[in-house]
Write a protein that binds this ligand. Structure first.
Ligand SMILES: [Zn+2]
Length: 247
């Protein structure tokens, strides 16, 4: 039933790659006489949007290069880091930009509040739990399933397959007793390749710092967290390339 191609790095056991261009899903229904009616429809793809470069790249790529029905969901991961405010704000701007520039899609948000706990939980596990909520809700509302779901990642950050089993268990738990959507990743590219693919305005809207620092009129990047360190390098690399090849 799944007509997509799997990538050649599947054997590495780390990454499942699905390249989707024309990607119809198939509906099987019974007609009044008990016969089976087969209809083709665009795949329903759920993108979990964090507001960072990776998930925005994933969203834009799917909006531009597939005919999938796209559902976008953002989880406010509320904890002492206070990152959720700026991330939520940027996600709304990203959604507005993408709707105006590419095409329409549905957008939803939920919140998980772990303030007051020393352990915030693993962001990705929470994201999986909420992906299951979105998928199950969609099935109840539309009578057809979400076919697949995805998150953003890049070569530098990779995909932790061992931990991801737990994430998929959370998706499945919230879809029970129905089957969960399958998980897929777009072919992984570097952070720089992602940024080069995106319009500059959209790159600027993305929020990448994990531990924002409060200022008088808002927040700014900490410049020290793992993502900030990577972003400093990539931004310098891109700036050097611009100097070398002026437009
Ligand atoms: Zn930072």
């Amino acid at each position: 039933m799944d007509q997509e191609k799997t990538g050649d790095n599947q054997g590495a056991g780390e990454q499942r790659v699905l390249v989707s261009t024309e990607s119809p899903a198939i509906n099987l229904e019974r007609d009044a006489k008990g016969g089976i009616v087969v209809t083709r429809r665009p795949k329903v793809t759920l993108v979990m949007l964090s507001g960072g470069i990776d998930s925005v790249y994933t969203l834009v790529k799917l909006l531009r290069e597939t005919r999938d029905e796209i559902l976008v969901h953002h989880v406010d991961l509320i904890n002492q880091e206070d990152r959720f405010r700026i991330e939520g704000k940027r996600c709304l701007e990203i959604v507005n930009y993408c709707r105006e520039t590419y095409r329409d899609f549905s957008f939803s948000q939920s919140a998980v509040d772990h303030r007051g706990f020393r352990f915030f939980g693993y962001d990705m596990v929470t994201v999986g739990f909420e992906a299951g909520i979105v998928a199950h809700s969609y099935l109840m509302a539309k009578g057809r399933p979400v076919d697949r779901w995805t998150v953003g990642t890049c070569t530098e950050e990779g995909h932790w397959e061992e931990r991801f089993k737990h994430v998929e268990a959370c998706v499945a738990a919230n879809c029970f007793p129905e089957a969960p959507p399958s998980f897929f990743l777009l072919p992984m590219v570097t952070k720089r390749e992602e940024m080069d693919y995106l319009p500059e305005r959209l790159v600027d809207i993305c929020w990448t710092c994990r531990t924002p620092v409060k200022t008088e009129d808002g927040v700014e990047e900490c410049g020290e967290c793992k993502t900030c360190e990577l972003m400093i390098d990539v931004r310098q690399e891109r700036a050097r390339a611009l100097v070398a090849e002026p437009a």
